[in-house]
Design a protein around this ligand. Structure first.
Ligand SMILES: C[S@@+](CC[C@H](N)C(=O)[O-])C[C@H]1O[C@@H](n2cnc3c(N)ncnc32)[C@H](O)[C@@H]1O
Length: 230
């Protein structure tokens, strides 16, 4: 840097971070979660059921919950570009005003959920949000802030095992397990939430995908045993 002058811009640096467009796809875990919800519509269609979708992306699960008769559905995501498409999907399906969108970033859940929206949700849904380990503690914090003590979050997850370079053989190999899923299942109970694995077998027949796991996460007073298995 020239003395007294402005710092030279770093090569390739841009003013704003690139938008995170991962949510513009429909991910297989959302299809698996939709199948579970469609098989058990009483979960969403019970009187006064308000549903929160976290990391909604294109909102497939939340849109289905609205169509199945939920009293209201709030589709949330952190990415403005994704939220714009999400709003279009709600409009295209003529689901306003029962279905709405709202910005919610797992890293700042208190900023995304108004005080009257905190610890109130009796049903939340989330598909394929545990795709990297860094998200796990933030997602758990969001669940803690969002869920009513008797509330339940249905979490659909596509099992992925990272490819790593084996230091011994110097050959690529698959990790033994799914790191973010392991971290979530290990840490969620320590945060005062309950966990039940609803299914480890659910798959999507229309895509060649890894196995799906469906989890139910409950507040302290939730009765997870009452949920139907997948
Ligand atoms: C793999 S996509 C899944 C999208 C959709 N649920 C599905 O299954 O098709 C992950 C979603 O999580 C959202 N996401 C990532 N980080 C987030 C954060 N910190 N807070 C809220 N949403 C986040 C992304 O914008 C994206 O929509």
């Amino acid at each position: 840097m020239a003395e007294g002058g402005p710092p030279a811009p770093a090569l390739g640096a841009s003013a704003a971070p690139a938008p995170d467009l991962i949510g513009l796809d429909i991910w297989p875990a959302s299809i698996a979660l939709c199948r579970y919800v469609a098989a058990h519509p009483q979960l969403v269609a019970s009187p006064g059921q308000h549903v929160l979708e976290l990391g909604a992306g294109m909102g497939l699960v939340g849109l289905l919950c609205t169509k199945l008769g939920a009293a209201s559905v709030l589709l949330s995501d952190y990415e403005p570009a994704v939220l714009a498409h999400l709003g279009s999907n709600v409009a295209l399906n003529s689901l306003q005003p029962r279905c709405r969108t709202q910005q919610l970033d797992f890293r700042h859940p208190g900023a995304g959920l108004r005080p009257d929206q905190q610890r109130t949700w009796r049903l939340a849904v989330a598909a394929d949000v545990l795709y990297c380990e860094a998200i796990v503690p933030h997602f758990i914090a969001t669940l803690k802030l969002a869920l009513h003590a008797q509330g339940v979050a249905l979490v659909g997850h596509q099992v992925r095992r990272a490819v790593v370079l084996d230091p011994a053989t110097r050959l690529p190999r698959l990790e033994e397990s799914d790191g973010p899923l392991d971290a979530f299942m290990r840490d969620v109970a320590g945060e005062g939430l309950q966990l039940r694995v609803l299914s480890r077998r659910a798959t999507c027949s229309n895509v060649d995908s890894d196995p799906m796991v469906l989890l139910a996460v409950g507040g302290q007073a939730a009765v997870l045993a009452g949920l139907p298995g997948a």
